[in-house]
Design a protein around this ligand. Structure first.
Ligand code: 13P
Ligand code: SF4
Length: 302
């Protein structure tokens, strides 16, 4: 009997890969889909932490990452032994970790969050009188601390793509662009950029903001995130002027090298069971420990 292959793609992959996928979405949507889909094989056109999360949530399925090197700087900048010591130095705090983290990192966490639900989860914990530490994304944590007056100790890793967005370059671009009016941004961007944004949210959140846009029709909207999602935004609203935010004056291209490792050829091969890496290296005890904080988030977000 043939095996049912389901392909998932993040918005940052090439348009052709998104068109080949059964589901395109942000981290939360793809995690939920991976957990609930009746697949024998999940080909995950994304990055390794996403494929690991899919495996943890659906251990019966074989999960294939098309390119073994598709990592994420938030993962590679976090030494898990050092993280463990840091976590142990706050014994009375709840450890909230962003989903852009390894399985070992998740196993050291009380809650996992995505860019979609991080505000709500942390507000919920503070409302319960909890003390919170946040890892690994320093920019996201700094934004939450500033925006809501929290005092969370932060781990210090960044997304190498979003960390490049630059407020001075944005100021120049706004001054040079007729009709420049709005900025929407992913919360992995630096604090000065986020403080100037009209909307801060996940990739799906930003796409929904664009879909619902009903303000000045001639305005230029700058988007501080990876360029892949511009395809979805232009397809949804061809009537709007949507451009990627600059990372330095005159530059409007910022790509995630790890997402772009998902070539069409690599994804097709993975679908045929010929290439990529199978996420079969996580042992059962590690997956059980990492699943708890993810399930806590999924339950909260339902
Ligand atoms: P989203 O969950 O918002 O899609 O973000 C994933 C990511 O890696 C952004 O850089
Ligand atoms: Fe990681 Fe940044 Fe790439 Fe997202 S865009 S996968 S956070 S390196």
């Amino acid at each position: 009997m043939s095996r049912r292959v389901v392909t998932l793609a993040h918005y940052y992959t090439q348009p052709e890969i998104q068109q080949m996928a059964d589901k395109v979405g942000d981290s939360l949507e793809l995690s939920l889909y991976a957990k609930e889909c009746a697949a024998d094989v999940i080909v995950f056109a994304g990055v390794r932490f996403m494929a690991e999360t899919a495996k943890i949530l659906n251990p019966q399925a074989e999960v294939i990452l098309p390119d073994t090197n598709s990592t994420c700087s938030l993962v590679t900048q976090t030494d898990v032994a050092a993280l463990k010591k840091w976590r142990e130095s706050y014994p009375d705090h709840v450890h909230v970790s962003y989903i852009n983290s390894s399985a070992e990192h998740k196993a050291l966490s009380d809650w996992i969050v995505t860019s979609r639900n991080v505000d709500d989860v942390i507000a919920h914990l503070y409302a319960e009188g909890k003390k919170v530490i946040f890892s690994p994304d320093r920019n996201m944590g700094a934004y939450l601390n500033f925006q809501y007056g929290y005092d969370m100790p932060l781990w210090s890793a960044v997304c190498e793509v979003h960390d490049k967005f630059n407020q001075a370059a944005l100021d120049e671009a706004f001054a040079a662009t007729p009709g420049a009016k709005y900025l929407i941004a992913h919360p992995e961007s630096p604090l000065p950029v986020l403080l100037h944004a009209d909307y801060v949210g996940s990739t799906s959140g930003m796409l929904n903001w664009i879909k619902a846009y009903d303000r000045e029709p001639e305005a230029t909207i700058f988007v501080a995130t990876e360029e892949g999602i511009l395809y979805n935004m232009h397809a949804a609203r061809p009537d709007l002027r949507i451009v990627q935010a600059p990372i330095y004056a005159g530059c409007q291209c910022n790509q995630c090298p790890y997402m772009k490792m998902n070539t069409i050829d690599a994804v097709r091969k993975a679908q045929r069971g010929e290439g990529g890496i199978s996420i079969d290296y996580l042992d059962a005890a590690l997956m059980d420990a990492a699943r708890l904080p993810i399930e806590r988030m999924l339950e909260f977000s339902r």
